[in-house]
Design a protein around this ligand. Structure first.
Ligand SMILES: NC(=O)c1ccc[n+]([C@@H]2O[C@H](COP(=O)([O-])OP(=O)(O)OC[C@H]3O[C@@H](n4cnc5c(N)ncnc54)[C@H](OP(=O)(O)O)[C@@H]3O)[C@@H](O)[C@H]2O)c1
Length: 371
């Protein structure tokens, strides 16, 4: 399939059109929320999310993104299929994946099976996928635009292999800032986090390619991941700004400035690895004294406390699980609250202070977070 034919495949759904019109003609009045998020008065495209007891985040173009998302990182095809199916039947309405997770065919099977089992139409499911930064995982830095579009094309073909995407994904994120050093620059950029965000030209080029695809209706919302202040600054002159920034955040890290950085720009924060990713921080989160004490007080699990903490910080959250029981717990977050004292104690925990929001660029200092 050529890029042109891919775009021809796209049916601009009512909600996409509504969302684009909202942004382009400015006809909808907006309210600025206390956290700085700009919310159109009329929300486009709520789909079926609102009857699932899952509060949504209203993106700057009016699209509603379900707050809780089920991820698929590190699963093989079979695990991804089972997890996505279980997530949809457990109450998740938002699935998070990425081309470079290498399991899109399994995700597609899981979407088909889960949608059938839970009787969900395409509009009831919010799908996020991600394209690697230019220079990473084979995205050609010399043809950032063409390569970004061809990755999206391959991604769509795989996601569409067992499930009818109906021509669009809901949200596309640029997975990392471009990394132009070395053959496949990822390792080098990881080793020297300062590199990628000095690559303003590449950041602008990839964003520009993604915006063009968004404007053609290939996806309904557009965002970034692992972008720190310097990277976002590179995009400041674009009319279409990122709607979401997905970054690492969990109990024990402190917020490290990313929540304020995004809120100041009207970007919805989405926390990944909210349970510590099964590694650093996970044991403290799942069985440490602080979360255990708070979980007991609310008759909830420690994982629920960790997820609820992020929800109360006003972040969207992407977790993952291979267990249907865990998945059920992970969306049961909206009929109870942590106290102010719980929130204060969880925010003060430092057991995972070495974990950083972006593994590819430096954290903003508190002075630059709002710049
Ligand atoms: N943008 C990026 O660069 C980026 C980076 C990392 C991750 N992500 C996204 O974020 C998603 C989540 O992050 P993550 O995969 O690092 O992991 P995570 O959500 O921090 O942790 C997942 C682990 O938590 C366990 N878990 C989940 N719910 C639980 C519950 N209720 N009780 C006990 N244990 C529970 C799961 O084990 P069981 O299977 O045993 O339940 C799983 O091993 C990824 O899958 C991916 O979609 C994005």
């Amino acid at each position: 399939m050529t890029q042109t034919s891919l775009f021809c495949l796209v049916f601009a759904t009512t909600r996409v059109v509504a969302a684009l019109q909202t942004e382009q003609d400015g006809s909808t009045s907006h309210k600025t929320l206390r956290n700085g998020v700009v919310m159109p008065t009329i929300a486009a495209g709520t789909g079926g999310y609102d009857n699932q007891n899952q509060q949504g985040k209203v993106l700057r173009n009016g699209l509603v993104m379900p707050t809780m998302s089920a991820g698929t990182w590190q699963y093989d095809d079979g695990e991804a299929e089972a997890s996505v199916q279980a997530a949809l039947t457990s109450g998740f309405r938002h699935i998070d994946t990425a081309y470079d997770y290498g399991n899109q065919a399994g995700v597609s099977k899981g979407l088909a099976a889960g949608a059938a089992a839970a009787k969900l139409a395409r509009k009831d499911i919010f799908i996020t996928t991600k394209v690697p930064g230019c220079g990473i995982n084979g995205v050609d830095p010399k043809d950032c635009e063409g390569s970004t579009l061809s990755y999206l094309q391959k991604d769509y073909a795989l996601l569409n292999s067992s499930y009818d995407l109906q021509g669009h994904v809901d949200l596309v994120l640029l997975h990392f800032p471009p990394c132009l050093v070395g053959k496949d620059g990822m390792a080098l950029c990881n080793a020297n986090k300062k590199i990628s965000c000095t690559e303003c030209d590449a950041i602008k080029a990839q964003w520009s390619a993604a915006v063009k695809a968004y404007e053609k209706g290939l996806f309904s919302a557009i965002g970034v991941s692992n972008y720190c202040t310097q990277c976002l600054q590179c995009l400041k002159d674009f009319k279409t700004q990122p709607m979401v920034n997905q970054f690492q955040l969990h109990v024990g890290m402190g917020d490290q400035g990313f929540l304020a950085m995004n809120a100041a720009r009207g970007i919805v924060s989405q926390a990944y690895s909210p349970i510590g990713s099964g590694g650093h921080g996970s044991s403290d989160i799942l069985s440490g004294p602080l979360t255990t004490k708070i979980a007991k007080a609310h008759n909830k699990s420690t994982a629920q406390v960790a997820l609820k903490y992020l929800v109360q910080l006003n972040a969207a959250v992407v977790t993952k699980s291979s267990s249907p029981e865990h998945l059920k717990q992970d969306v049961e977050l909206f009929d109870w609250s942590l106290t102010r004292r719980d929130m204060k104690e969880l925010a003060a925990a430092t057991f995972a202070a070495d974990d950083t929001p972006s593994f590819e660029c430096d954290n903003p200092s508190s002075a630059t977070a709002m710049a």
